[in-house]
Design a protein around this ligand. Structure first.
Ligand code: NAD
Length: 352
């Protein structure tokens, strides 16, 4: 196994690993451990080159630093990627080699599942390192993050409601959900219970249909979901759905969903503000999963403690909205500011 350090400026430690025996080609990026050990998932993707993989892992690990700082998880930001096809390239050997690579960092980086990896893969990683979360519940772990991400998103939607409509009551409000996958399913249940009317779209028509039947919602063509008239648009599928093309067509008052990287560029947050659409910054509202994992990292996993902390996303968003209003800046800029403040406070020497 050959491990090479390639840390660029602005990062704490970045290393690439090549292991011909298992076929592992991977990169781990530790962006910042000011607030705690760097935690972030392991992505397996068919990157065309090392450069592409490194670009992605650097971007993702920095995002994790900001997400954990605002969510107050006591964790830093990191991420890792394996270059390979997650449908054909997986083996126990590969993930055990990855486990050794993670272990070589001595606890500064903790991994978890992400796009292209699963709970079973993490079980193999665990055979070589303790620095892994997202294991099965039967192993004392925190289990599937999706219900927690959904709970946090639901609480975040309530904070948005209060901000825009002066009430948290969802009865009679329309929520359009793009994507009816893991997180959206749990979110739709919360929203339906809260009295919201749901408009649901998925490129896999059966998924939207099944969720509509369960929640009393209405199926919408995926091509129309972003421009449908509604109170709240909840993107729960892809990133970059707020862009130059989609912006003029939004007919909602709030954009608040679980998807990552909702804005194509940061400036699109300012454009939403100008259009009088309240945007819940993605990494603030979708932090439920990482918060749940952070409880596991603290020590023995405690579901009630996790619930209380995930529900606090409501207050985190309220704080973001306060900053946004006080400084007259977009909500995404406000959350970035909050993250930077917490990081610089973390860097200050402790007072005696
Ligand atoms: P998922 O794969 O279970 O669900 C995504 C759904 O979106 C799928 O059903 C897919 O068919 C659908 N979809 C894809 N493109 C679409 C389109 N153009 N229009 C309509 N539907 C489309 O994923 P998930 O775990 O539910 O995650 C959803 C989003 O939330 C992702 O962006 C993910 O990165 C983000 N997120 C998830 C978690 C988590 O805990 N799972 C945590 C943080 C962020």
């Amino acid at each position: 196994m050959k491990i090479e350090t390639i840390t660029p400026e602005g990062y704490e430690h970045v290393a690439k690993c090549e292991d011909p025996e298992s076929g592992l080609r991977a990169v781990i990026s530790i962006h910042d451990t000011t607030l705690g050990p760097a935690l972030g998932g392991l992505r397996m993707w068919k990157y065309a080159s090392w450069d592409e993989a490194i670009f992605d892992v650097l971007r993702l690990s920095k995002g994790m630093t900001f997400k954990s700082a605002v969510a107050d998880t006591g964790l830093g930001g990191g991420k890792s990627v394996i270059i390979g096809d997650h449908r054909t390239g997986k083996s126990e050997k590969l993930f055990r080699a990855m486990g050794k690579f993670v272990d070589s960092l001595g606890g500064r980086y903790i991994t978890a599942e992400d796009v292209g990896t699963s709970v079973e893969d993490m079980v193999h990683v665990r055979k070589e390192t303790k620095c892994v979360t997202g294991l099965p519940k039967s192993m004392g772990s925190s289990g599937d993050p999706s219900p927690w991400t959904a709970l946090g998103t639901y609480r975040g939607i309530k904070a948005c409601m209060e901000e825009v409509f002066g009430t948290r009551d969802l009865s009679g409000r329309t929520v359009a959900i793009q994507g009816c996958g893991h997180v959206a399913t749990y979110l739709a249940r919360h929203l339906a219970e809260g009295g919201a009317e749901l408009l649901l779209a998925d490129i896999v028509a059966d998924k939207a249909q099944a969720l509509a039947e369960e929640t009393g919602g209405k199926v919408i063509d995926p091509a129309e979901i972003l421009s449908v008239e509604c109170d709240i648009l909840a993107p729960c599928a892809l990133g970059a759905i707020v862009n130059d093309e989609t912006l003029p067509d939004f007919r909602c008052k709030i954009i608040a969903g679980a998807a990552n990287n909702i804005l194509l560029r940061e400036e699109h947050g300012q454009r939403l503000k100008e259009a009088d659409i309240l945007y819940a910054p993605d990494y603030v509202i979708n932090a439920g999963g990482i918060i749940n994992v952070s409880i596991e990292v603290e020590g023995e996993y405690d579901e009630e403690r996790s619930r209380a902390k995930v529900e606090n996303i409501y207050h985190a968003l309220k704080r973001v909205f306060e900053i946004s209003k006080a400084e007259n800046i977009s909500t995404n800029e406000a959350s970035n500011r909050l993250a930077r403040e917490r990081l610089s406070r973390g860097r200050e020497p402790a007072a005696n």
